[in-house]
Design a protein around this ligand. Structure first.
Ligand code: KIV
Ligand code: ZN
Length: 410
């Protein structure tokens, strides 16, 4: 039996916390509706107590979104929780997400609280939140640097207090995949009431391991993954939704898990986010980057043109991209050039193609890629050169004939 992995999207909360990514209410509502089309399970819409704007935005998203849970973040303080509950009042499926740090370094330097105090705050918060909302999630901030024994204790207590989801964040992106996997397994095996809650993880990408850590967590029993579109988020970002979803789908047999994401909406969602924020993803970004389905090397182009599966492990269409891209540049070979010329509806013989190819490689010495209009120009030059030569030949032939006849006449 395959297990369903719930996708908790935090683009509008953690994602928005990254510098330069702030969005206004209208933009966030638009994105939330797109996330609904993408069929994420939970949309974390904001941190209602953090500002009037965030409160109103969470409220507006709660009004609009029907098919996903809408979560509002809050600390373990009562006013925070009340504010989140108010913002979520109209949500079809509201979720209060409350958090407190559990690592010694955070408790000592940031909170200046003992373990016992943190435990009490957490339990009281979950009890209060549960009195206002059926779905309560509790996060142990900096869990990956926390004492596992303390995590077992706090998770046991918050589940008893009503938490339906317990979240294990790798807040500072410090964990290694095998360590993180073990942490999740430890929680599954040592929290006696864990069957009454969903295990969630929330990984940051400071070491570029957020997706790997999330996948290891799934192998060890995590049932919800927190992630963002294009991997945006605090510092180096969060685990990228599109990478996790496509890893599970592409390597389905390895996972025995599935998500209900409509993968064809991945690229449109990524594009909407870049349009709204004005921040592009790097060209080599997995799944949604400009080069994710682009091929320039001659050998690859040849393979892909014969059968895309030679160099593509998923189809561009499966993530909502129309087609792959054969980029003509200095690494391209004759085969791709010939195919492109055919696509452009030119019928050239082998000799003409060779001449276009020679001109093309010269052009590639000076520039990185050859655009379609530039290729057309090269093709036209070869064709025109030939007809010029033909005309010159005809002209000089008739000149010769004339002079012959002249000569003859003379
Ligand atoms: O990174 C983190 O620990 C968080 C929590 C609030 C879930 O974003
Ligand atoms: Zn985070």
């Amino acid at each position: 039996m395959e297990d369903r992995i719930q996708i908790f999207d935090t683009t509008l909360r953690d994602g928005e916390q990254s510098p330069g990514y702030s969005m206004n209410q209208e933009e966030k509502v638009k994105l939330a509706l797109q996330l609904e089309r993408l069929q994420v399970d939970v949309i974390e819409a904001g941190f209602p107590i953090s500002s009037e704007g965030d409160f109103k935005t969470v409220k507006a998203i709660s009004n609009e979104v029907q098919n996903c849970s809408v979560a509002g973040l809050c600390r373990t303080r009562k006013p925070d929780i009340q504010r989140a509950a108010d913002a979520l009042e109209k949500a079809a499926h509201p979720r209060i997400h409350t958090f407190i740090a559990t690592s010694d370094i955070h408790m000592e330097h940031k909170l200046q609280k003992s373990r016992q105090q943190v435990l009490e705050y957490a339990v009281e918060a979950v009890e209060y939140a549960s009195s206002l909302c059926e779905e309560v999630e509790f996060s142990a901030e900096d869990a990956s640097r926390s004492d596992p024994e303390f995590l077992y204790e706090i998770f046991t207590e918050v589940i008893n207090a009503g938490a339906k989801v317990i979240n294990v964040p790798d807040t500072v992106g410090y964990a290694l995949p095998w360590e993180f996997g073990e942490l999740i397994r430890g929680i599954r095996e040592n929290v006696p009431n864990i069957d009454q809650a969903t295990i969630s993880v929330h990984c940051h990408d400071d070491l570029g391991l957020a997706v790997a850590n999330s996948l290891m967590a799934i192998r060890n029993g995590a049932q919800q993954i927190e992630c963002t579109i294009n991997g945006i988020g605090e510092r180096a970002g969060n685990a990228s939704l599109e990478e996790i979803v496509m890893a599970i789908q592409t390597r389905q047999q390895e996972f025995d898990h599935y998500t209900t994401i409509n993968t064809k909406e991945i690229y449109p969602t990524s594009q909407l986010l870049t349009d709204v924020t004005g921040k592009q993803v790097q060209p080599n970004k997995a799944v949604v980057g400009e080069n994710a389905f682009a091929h320039e090397a001659g050998i690859h182009q040849h393979g892909v043109l014969k059968n895309p599966m030679t160099y593509e492990i998923m189809t561009p269409q499966s993530v909502g991209i129309n087609s792959n891209k054969i980029v003509l540049g200095k690494h391209s070979g004759r085969y791709a050039l010939k195919e492109r010329i055919k696509e452009l509806k030119y019928k050239l013989n082998e000799d003409q193609i060779e001449r276009v190819y020679q001109k093309f490689t010269k052009l590639c010495d000076d520039q990185k890629v050859v655009r379609e209009d530039e290729l057309i120009e090269l093709v036209e030059r070869v064709i025109n050169q030939e007809s010029d030569q033909k005309m010159n030949r005809t002209a000089s032939e008739s000149e010769t004939t004339k002079s012959y006849s002249h000569q003859k006449v003379q």
